[in-house]
Design a protein around this ligand. Sequence first.
Ligand SMILES: Nc1ncnc2c1ncn2[C@@H]1O[C@H](COP(=O)(O)OP(=O)(O)OP(=O)(O)O)[C@@H](O)[C@H]1O
Length: 239
Amino acid sequence: MTLLDVSGLCVRYGRIEALHDVGLQVREGEIATVLGANGAGKSTLLRTVLGAVRPDAGEITFAQQAITTLSIMQRVACGIVLVPEGRRIAISMTIEENLLLGAHRRSDRQVVRMEIDNLYDRFPNLAARRHGLAAGLSGGEQQMLAIGRAMLARPRLLMLDEPSLGLSPLFVQRLFDLIVEINRNGTTILLVEQNTAQALRVATCATVLELGRVVMSGDAATLTNHPYLQAAYLGHGQT
Ligand SMILES: Nc1ncnc2c1ncn2[C@@H]1O[C@H](COP(=O)(O)OP(=O)(O)OP(=O)(O)O)[C@@H](O)[C@H]1O
């Protein structure tokens, strides 16, 4: 089933056309990735799906419901969650408080507790410092916390905006392992990345944006072997 269906999306910031007639479908249960260079419009696309940016044209449907005119809060209630670029955790709050914030809409406190404890089991560094300020965490740990917090909202669609940006190779690996695990546990993922090789490795389908337009889309395995993508994004061609 198609979970997210974006069609004919146009977004302008004054005279800049950030998205032009962009279409994208994400099927329930898959990892879809959006690739492209700086300024291609990737963040704008995610922010428009979330409702933080109003499109000038286009339709967005989520789980068969038209959501184009819904507010951010209404979309979050539908199950759409965004982890923005730069993580945006509350650095003046403790790790535990950040996680509880992610679960603030839920009333099943015991299950929330169990999910937080599972996260601590997976990331002992977060557990050891649960009552310390999130500001004290490394960039990689902050990203894990940001994703953990987002998952506590029980999203149906988790959107991640360049989660690997600025992380050490070790954390990049752990991050992509976490993304795969979250997906295997049933959450659909829309992943924006500049780490093209890693994103194509975990994704089922991909869309390539250039200057606000879709220049290519298809299943990830086919795109990985496409000469244009190899040359322009995977560094296997002539420069
Ligand atoms: N709030 C804004 N006001 C004006 N122009 C903007 C705004 N946000 C983005 N833009 C412009 O829209 C275009 C697309 O930007 P966007 O951030 O969506 O691209 P991106 O692919 O996510 O790039 P990056 O990886 O650098 O975040 C760029 O030309 C950018 O300068």
